[in-house]
Design a protein around this ligand. Structure first.
Ligand code: F6R
Length: 632
């Protein structure tokens, strides 16, 4: 399964090789296939070096991207006796200053996610140290470079890519020949690291990183990217000019470099986004719909006004050849969009509906208008909150709630000295908390309660009363940290029990699965598994997906469009406002710092605008859904 050189074309059944990029790119349908592919390449290298009786020298990244590769290599070590005793490793980077024993250090990350589970010899492991005194950093960095050279250079460098375009921590402005050194972290990088540090303020401002030049000295380089948030930077690095604004673009100058990306991270590549521009393609009904919608928006004409000339001048002559006349395809795309518009998303008879909300606010943020519409039209609507969302509550919010309970008790139960003292202690524990300290179980419980009461208030505004709410608190989430456990039988059984209890006609599930380690993906996996379990028991609801809080489906993907009136949009905003702990600045805002209600309104207004541009009726706002057909 492995490739001989990083540049050769290696196509597994579920991967696609893209030739139109300046860095050869292999696209995988899923992150687990990608991880297996890369792990196979590493394993082949290790085995071939064992045969030659020389060490295999690996350059390794941290971050969420390589986790699947490490997991697969650990599996190979356990089940296939893959031997790491000849492996020498050099990690790309480490925060500075950083105690190697801190839970935030890359030393800890590598131990927990890889080294503790394989037999790399401790003396063969090299990771920049974050506890070097400022005066000694330069000498340390020179020594790091010399040690790599002493081993004859890196045989294979694995990389992730940051949204700032960095490889290692080579932020914009890094020179092509830069070597290991102390650097400042870009604000984008610090924001992306915020969740692991329990807030952006706790993220260090500096790091020690191998340079672009150190990375380019490797014999082979594999750069990985997962998730739609990486799509724009993947395009810049792989397709556009080489520039120090995007360090990863320097890989274009290395003859043995290759991008391996999942479907979501590939989304902006020309060969994926507008494949008709780059050559012959196999047309599918979905791709035809995508192309015709793209053409309509490109030339600024509604669908039914498109002319043969428009197709000819925009690389779509292949479609004309296929259909002889354009009226057929034009009409088909128009009809499919029109048929998808529904002001009665659950029909006219009273239906049982479950809206699954991964976090306590995804329901109202992502499909609040439809929720309001369903409740208003008399359907029996349940909302299942899958996780407590407790890790996204700020300490100061917890403090305010405890303060309220404290004052309440002082006023109404002044004799309950034991409890009053306990509340004092809780307040004190928050005030004396150090940046990055983990919460106690009790504090996580309090934070979970805050989110539960907010969700209840939000649902009430949407027209769903408390008796129809289910707080599933799935076990996979209960780590108290950003990293979660994989889903287990217990999670699936909890969801299956709910499906048995309600026997829904329709379910709505968050389907934004591009973040391979995200909570939404794990929740969707639990639901899909549970749906399969209960299907044998005669429960088979219509399965609709909505996108999460961040993005919307592209117009060609939308199978149901629910128009929202201005009143419904306003009510939805009110429901979102009930999530006070997520207002102003959310704990995990992601790349978009606007408040959730602003994003939600922009997104639904924008979909309505696009529909109108395509020549469909004019609506105030639209929420979009896609049906689950066995894959997401
Ligand atoms: C990590 C590193 C970084 C990450 C990049 C992507 O050692 O050097 O360049 O690879 O920030 O991070 P994730 O994979 O978390 O998206």
């Amino acid at each position: 399964m492995a490739i001989d050189t990083a540049r050769s074309v290696h196509v597994t059944p579920k991967s696609k090789f893209v030739r139109h990029t300046k860095i050869p790119t292999l696209i995988f349908e899923t992150s687990s296939e990608l991880a297996k592919h890369v792990a196979n390449i590493v394993a082949d290298l290790i085995r071939s070096k064992i045969k030659e009786d020389v060490p295999a020298i690996l350059g390794l990244p941290t971050g969420s991207t390589p986790l699947g590769v490490y997991r697969e290599l650990i599996r190979m070590h356990r089940e296939e006796q893959l031997d790491f005793s000849n492996v020498v490793t050099f990690n790309l980077d480490e925060y500075w200053p950083m105690d190697p024993d801190s839970i935030h250090s890359y030393h800890t990350f590598m131990r927990e996610n890889f080294f503790d589970h394989v037999n790399v010899k401790p003396e063969n492991i090299h990771i920049p140290r974050g506890d070097i005194a400022a005066d000694d950093v330069d000498t340390f960095c020179e020594e790091y470079e010399r040690t790599i050279e002493k081993f004859g250079g890196l045989d294979l460098q694995l990389l992730g890519i940051g949204r700032s375009g960095h490889i290692g921590f080579n932020e914009p402005g890094s020179a092509r020949n830069s070597l290991t050194r102390l650097v400042n972290l870009d604000p984008v990088t610090r924001r992306d690291a915020a969740s692991g540090f329990f807030g952006e303020d706790n993220v260090p401002h500096h790091a020690i990183t191998m340079g672009v030049g150190s990375i380019l000295s490797a014999k082979k380089i594999i750069i990985m990217a997962l998730g739609e948030h990486k799509a724009p930077v993947v395009k810049r690095a792989a397709e556009q000019e080489v520039t120090d604004e995007v360090s990863a673009s320097f890989l274009q100058t290395h003859t043995q470099s290759q991008f391996v990306v999942d479907h979501a991270a590939a989304a902006e590549l020309t060969a994926v986004k507008t494949p008709w521009i780059v050559g012959n393609i196999e047309w599918t009904p979905l791709l035809e719909k995508k192309a015709v919608i793209w053409l309509s928006l490109q030339v600024g004409k509604p669908l039914l006004k498109l002319e043969t000339e428009d197709f000819l001048h925009h690389h779509l002559h292949q479609l004309i050849q296929k259909y002889e006349s354009i009226s057929q395809i034009r009409q088909r795309v128009f009809d499919s969009l029109l048929d998808g518009i529904s002001t009665r998303p659950a029909g006219t008879d009273r239906k049982k509906v479950i809206v699954f909300s991964p976090h306590p606010d995804d329901d109202v943020i992502s499909m609040g208008g439809t929720l309001i519409t369903l409740a208003d039209q008399g359907h029996e609507v349940y909302i299942a909150y899958m996780t407590s969302g407790n890790i996204a509550v700020f300490d100061h919010d917890a403090l305010r709630h405890i303060d309220f309970v404290h004052e309440f008790h002082k006023l109404f139960h002044p004799d309950d000295q034991g409890f009053l003292q306990h509340l004092e202690d809780l307040k004190e524990s928050i005030e004396s908390k150090h940046a990055g300290d983990l919460d106690t179980q009790e504090m996580l419980g309090i934070k979970g309660l805050i989110r539960k009461t907010e969700a209840t208030a939000g649902a009430e505004v949407a027209g769903v009363s408390e008796e129809f709410l289910r707080f599933l608190d799935l076990p996979f989430y209960r780590t108290g940290q950003v990293s979660k456990k994989p889903i287990g039988e217990e999670d699936i059984e909890i969801v299956a029990d709910l499906l048995r209890e309600v026997g829904p006609d329709q379910i709505y599930v968050a389907g934004d699965l591009s973040d391979p380690h995200g909570t939404h993906r794990v929740c969707a996996e639990a639901i899909i598994n549970a749906v399969n379990v209960v299907a044998n028991e005669g429960i088979s609801p219509e399965f609709w997906m909505y996108r999460g809080a961040w993005e919307e489906y592209e117009p060609h993907e939308i199978e149901r469009a629910v128009p929202l009136s201005p009143e419904v949009v306003l009510k939805k905003r009110e429901a979102i406002f009930k999530h006070e702990s997520q207002k102003d600045s959310a704990f995990y805002p992601g790349s978009d710092k606007r408040e959730f209600w602003v994003r939600a309104e922009d997104r639904t207004r924008n979909t309505a605008k696009v529909y109108n541009q395509l020549g469909l009726p004019e609506y105030f706002a639209i929420e979009a859904f896609k049906q689950y057909h066995g894959e997401i």
